[in-house]
Write a protein that binds this ligand. Structure first.
Ligand code: COA
Length: 373
């Protein structure tokens, strides 16, 4: 058995930013247009008017202040209300692969690994640009990796489930150096016309290089253990699958073809699931909460993270112990906990333990226990 080590991470951050105020102004303009266009139906009581959104609500309910997106022009145009991402020619690099190549390059540089030494590429994300060929295989070719590649989707837990798959293959010896990459174009599956959720997501890509301990030149984070768990729930759902696409019933305007959630239920049900999962994982791995120097959590909601941090540590986390990045990125699905890790891990000392944890649709929960080398 070999010991897997995270030796590098990389984050691709799109240049364009939408602040809460910009988002709310566009949404409110859209709501006013809709209400004016449907004034008679509203007056007859056949339709409820759309209510305004507010920056204060968004920050208070989620902790989000802004988000990065690939295209803000479409999202902020009240006549469009979605990103404008023209379909690329089959011979051109796909958008997910383009974001992934940037993140992979940064992660490989940090690890000091040449791309041709990689023999496993997992593209793990909550949405995939096409059914096949796998986006991961396109990334494998674009960065010049060898070996094999495949896509996987476990929604917001895709990164940690991908890390477990790669770490297990490394342990067993079937691969030598792996990269797990998470290109998340959340702006394209968010319904920007729905006040309840229009503020939730942003776009980003993260990448994580995993190697055998003996191949690294020091530094890095040993993967002590991983745990994945799932429990079926319809509370976070997107019906946009290939069978639905063939229906001639105006799929573009069907609400269920984008992200849908019962946010309150998710909040209530996922918190105990995640806290119990992490505490069990730590107990089984013999790591006490007094040994955890940092927790890098999925980035969906600040209140949720504060609650989980407190449960896991048995006290209110001190400043910096449970870093949040969602104020700047919003929820970036599977990439969130990896951004938090990438931006807040270098100050840990040799021997310090930390935990990456993701959770989301499925429901799914994944945790990765690490020790700084
Ligand atoms: N602006 C102003 N008011 C809004 C609003 C907006 N954008 N969106 C909703 N409201 C209103 C609601 O209509 C509701 O009004 P009411 O009390 O008169 O009915 C009120 O604000 C509270 O709405 P609610 O949806 O209950 O808010 P919440 O406090 O539960 O926060 C979420 C909403 C989505 C931020 C929160 O439930 C959450 O984070 N859930 C977990 C999400 C999650 O982790 N998802 C995983 C995705 S991967």
């Amino acid at each position: 058995m070999f010991t897997p080590v995270i030796s590098g991470t990389g984050v691709f951050t799109p240049e364009e930013v939408i602040t809460n105020d910009e988002l709310v102004a566009a949404f409110n303009a859209y709501a006013d247009r809709m209400n004016a266009a449907n004034a008679e139906a509203i007056a007859r009581g056949e339709m409820a008017p759309l209510e305004h959104s507010s920056s204060e609500f968004i920050f208070k309910a989620s902790g989000i202040e802004r988000r990065h997106v690939i295209d803000k022009s479409g999202v902020l145009d009240p006549a469009v209300m979605h990103p404008l991402l023209p379909q690329r020619a089959d011979g051109d690099l796909s958008l997910m692969a383009e974001m992934a190549v940037d993140a992979c390059g940064k992660a490989l540089d940090q690890a000091g690994v040449a791309a041709d030494q990689i023999d496993l590429v997992i593209c793990a994300a909550s949405n995939l640009e096409r059914a096949y060929p796998a986006v991961a295989i396109e990334i494998q070719q674009a960065i010049g990796a060898g070996g094999f590649a495949f896509d996987m989707n476990v929604a917001c837990s895709s990164a940690t489930f991908g890390i477990q798959a790669a770490a297990d293959m490394l342990r067993a010896g079937s691969v030598r150096k792996a990269i797990v990459v998470n290109p998340e174009i959340c702006s394209a599956h968010l319904e920007w016309r729905d006040r309840d959720c229009h503020f939730i997501f942003g776009d980003v890509a993260t990448a994580t290089v995993i190697e055998r301990k003996e191949d690294t030149s020091g530094g890095g984070f040993e993967i002590l253990s991983t745990r994945c768990a799932t429990q079926y729930s319809n509370n976070i759902r997107n019906n946009n699958g290939f069978l639905r696409r063939s229906r001639p019933d105006g799929m573009k305007d069907r609400r269920d073809m984008q992200f849908m959630q019962n946010g309150r239920k998710v909040f209530k049900e996922v918190l105990p699931l995640v806290s119990a999962h992490v505490l069990r994982h730590m107990a089984e791995s013999g790591v006490g909460s007094d040994e955890l120097r940092r927790i890098w959590l999925h980035q969906a909601n600040k209140t949720m993270n504060d609650f989980i941090g407190k449960k896991v540590l048995g006290r209110v986390p001190e400043a910096g112990e449970q870093p949040n990045i969602l104020q700047d990125y919003a929820n970036t699905s599977s990439a969130g906990s990896i951004i938090a890790f990438a931006q807040n891990c270098q100050d840990l000392k040799a021997g310090d333990c930390g935990l990456i944890c993701s959770f989301g649709a499925g429901y799914s929960v994944g945790s990765v226990l690490l020790r700084r080398l």
